[in-house]
Design a protein around this ligand. Sequence first.
Ligand SMILES: NC(=O)C1=CN([C@@H]2O[C@H](COP(=O)(O)OP(=O)(O)OC[C@H]3O[C@@H](n4cnc5c(N)ncnc54)[C@H](O)[C@@H]3O)[C@@H](O)[C@H]2O)C=CC1
Ligand SMILES: CC(=O)C(=O)O
Length: 321
Amino acid sequence: MERVNRVALIGTGFVGSSYAFALLNQGVADELVMIDLNKDKSEGDAMDLNHGVPFAPGSKKIWFGDYQDCKDADLVVITAGANQKPGETRLDLVEKNSNIFKEIVTAVMNSGFDGIFLVATNPVDILTYMTWKFSGLPSHRVIGSGTILDTARLRYLLSDYFDVDARNIHAYIMGEHGDSELPVWSHANIGGRSVFDRIHDRPDQYKVEDLDDIFVNVRDAAYHIIQRKGATYYGIAMGLVRLTKAILHNENSILTVSAYLEGEYGEEDLYIGVPAIVNRTGIREVLHLNLDNEEKENFKKSAAVLRETMDPLVDKFFENK
Ligand SMILES: NC(=O)C1=CN([C@@H]2O[C@H](COP(=O)(O)OP(=O)(O)OC[C@H]3O[C@@H](n4cnc5c(N)ncnc54)[C@H](O)[C@@H]3O)[C@@H](O)[C@H]2O)C=CC1
Ligand SMILES: CC(=O)C(=O)O
């Protein structure tokens, strides 16, 4: 009999409950346990989702639980914590959410959990690092959603601009999931033809300068959505399901995640958004792209932004105890 796989979801707010809904619809996991400080919310969500089980692919078990249920989980997904208010940056959330993560990750590890962590809470690169440190797990088993959403936004906007299926657009956003992220135009292609060649093919239709506007729209998308409806959740929820599938189904898929660097791209001891091969072991390998000089410089700057915010917290939680 095939082994049942279990996902434990911690944080059933906008992002968490959207993830649970997408996970159920896509039939990715056999079991889903939902945990939140707000017990009524996660219990209500579990009840509500169970009423969708007859319409879902395969038989699924969903329940409202507690940290003990993480013991047998293959994957713990964390979407708990504060979100941005209009005008706030992701980095503004760091202190508050690091304190929450200390509590959560300690409780998960105390259950005897020995699986993979997937983190989405912001600032995601720094909280993924915190999760790695609090958990003591090997770094390849702690993954952040990184720039998976930004990359999806870029592919969608390029698909709209060039009028080509988003699945045939291959392009990455790397760096911080936040204001210092960068587009990797040197490797962006449409079905194998570089975006620059595609623009060159149709000078009457496309302009290189338009790529700058597309990137700014990607980078600032969260602000635009939060201004309108207070939070973003459907895009990231689907990105997290994509990652869950790559992990539980051992897909060896290349996705832009927050991965621990040990010298790749000239950086070390840092979680940051890079393309990586993801499978049942977690992050199998960070993919090394030959960035052009401007991209290398921007990646370095983005890493520096993360370090500036992270270093005092690492001192607070791990060095000066
Ligand atoms: N990585 C990404 O691309 C994205 C990340 N986010 C981030 O996801 C996080 C969650 O956002 P939302 O779902 O909109 O927030 P939300 O406020 O709707 O949900 C957060 C949930 O966390 C729970 N929570 C808080 N402290 C807890 C604790 N100690 N233990 C267990 N549960 C706890 C709350 O009760 C609440 O249900 C935010 O940090 C947000 O910035 C949001 C969108 C995209
Ligand atoms: C909130 C956030 O991180 C995003 O939508 O990108």
